[in-house]
Write a new protein. Structure first.
Length: 430
């Protein structure tokens, strides 16, 4: 991922330095386990830890000749360790190192993603309670529907990202497995105790059966979850983008001093952050289909998955990490305009209360079909002519013969729509 959309903490997980350090730790822990089993001398295992080191430039130089990254690494490692290097990688295959390392990296990436969601959840909760009873219009198909509160909108997103958090925790558990099982996963040349030891030291669980690689259904599930989280990011970003439109302007991204919205039009205040988040979500979701396609490898393994994962594993996790932190900042600094929300709510002269009138008429004994006709014909006049909906209803003989003026006034009370807000908040926030 390009630096523009990267946070240093997540990028560091996928750096060459970090990757080779994990490779070294896996090899060194495996040597410790082999020494406990008496397969290699204990002194050799100690030397690996004492003298073991690597040089990235040297590894790359060796790989240009060997065309094999793990062999290049082991060759460079041997240059530091000396004679005892012959005991390194005993009974192991390259995938034992590569797949276990990928598991460590994805597990560590998951921890950062969960922290990002926690930051976003904290912001959503704070702003939801801040605007728990701030009236605004709910929309369906982009058209005014019925009143809601802005806090309720945010509570819905809080609940969604709480589910995202649960999925990420499960995805980490799914992906955090270790395979040190040898050439085709039979442990023919290495004891399963080595795998268990490395798994414990690297914070992983053992892979029950690994052929020569960790089964890619685990990876597919992991990246599918990242795709779902990215879609939730996009949904919230899209909501903010719509609310910032000039004709709506119920909320907008914070516009800092000195910020510029357009090279041509000095007046512009564009939703650039949330538009950016919409784009990043597409990048993250782009990893999902390749991850699914990586599941079907040939027999005990092939490397058709390798090149794909080297690209999208860093990009998807780095991109989503950046997106979560950016979205948390957007929510924290979001400019919210209750007066505009109220003005938009009143824009259609009270049409948003039509269902209340419809139901009240049915309670008075009018058929639902006739009630709908009475309510709709007056509503259509407002669309065409403007004016006050309640005044038109009061002037309608069919309505007035069933509902008194005071009864109609009561039906236009906003509080009817908000009487269960506390119940919903209790469900969401506990």
């Amino acid at each position: 991922m390009i630096p523009r959309y990267s946070r240093p903490e997540m990028s560091a997980i996928w750096s060459e330095e970090s990757k080779f350090q994990i490779w070294f730790e896996i090899e060194a822990h495996a040597c410790d386990a082999q020494a406990k089993l008496g397969v290699i001398p204990a002194s050799a295992a100690a030397i690996v830890w004492e003298k073991g080191a690597f040089d990235i430039d040297r590894i790359n130089e060796i790989e240009r000749e060997t065309k094999h990254d793990v062999i290049a690494f082991l060759t460079n490692l041997a240059e530091y360790i000396g004679e005892d290097a012959r005991f390194v990688h005993q009974g192991m295959t390259s995938s034992d190192v590569l797949d276990t390392t990928l598991s460590v990296q994805m597990a560590r990436a998951s921890d950062l993603l969960i922290k990002g969601i926690d930051l976003l959840l904290a912001g959503l909760k704070k702003r939801a309670f801040e605007h728990k009873r701030t009236p605004t219009i709910g929309r369906s198909h982009g058209i005014h529907a019925e009143p809601v509160t802005f806090g309720l909108k945010l509570a819905g997103f809080y609940a969604e990202f709480s589910r995202c958090r649960e999925r990420l925790v499960a995805a980490k558990r799914e992906i955090a497995t270790c395979a040190i099982s040898g050439a085709v996963g039979t442990f023919a040349h290495i004891d399963p105790a080595v795998e268990a030891h490395v798994a414990d030291k690297m914070g992983l669980t053992i892979e029950p059966v690994s052929t020569q690689v960790i089964p890619r259904d685990r990876h597919a599930m992991f990246f599918a979850v990242l795709g779902v989280v990215a879609s939730s990011v996009e949904r919230l970003a899209t909501e903010i983008r719509h609310l910032q439109r000039t004709e709506v302007r119920e909320a907008e991204e914070f516009f800092s001093a000195g910020q510029k919205g357009s090279s041509a039009m000095p007046h512009k205040r564009n939703p650039v952050l949330t538009e950016n988040l919409t784009g990043i979500a597409r990048i993250v979701r782009a990893a999902v289909v390749p991850a699914l396609e990586n599941v079907a490898l040939w027999h005990e393994r092939d490397i058709s998955h390798s090149s794909v994962e080297r690209v999208f594993a860093p990009d998807a996790t780095i991109g989503l990490d950046f997106a979560l932190h950016r979205l948390a900042g957007v929510i924290e600094n979001l400019l919210i305009y209750p007066e505009t929300m109220q003005a938009n709510l009143d824009k259609l002269g009270g049409l948003v209360h039509s269902q209340q009138v419809l139901l009240a008429l049915t309670q008075k004994g009018v058929s639902r079909e006739d009630s709908y006709v009475y309510v709709q014909r007056n509503a259509m006049k407002i669309w065409a002519e403007g004016g006050s909906y309640i005044d038109k209803l009061k002037a309608d003989e069919d309505v007035a013969s069933n509902l008194t003026s005071s009864e109609l006034d009561a039906l236009f009370d906003l509080e009817q729509h908000f009487r269960h807000i506390d119940t919903i908040f209790d469900r969401v926030f506990g």
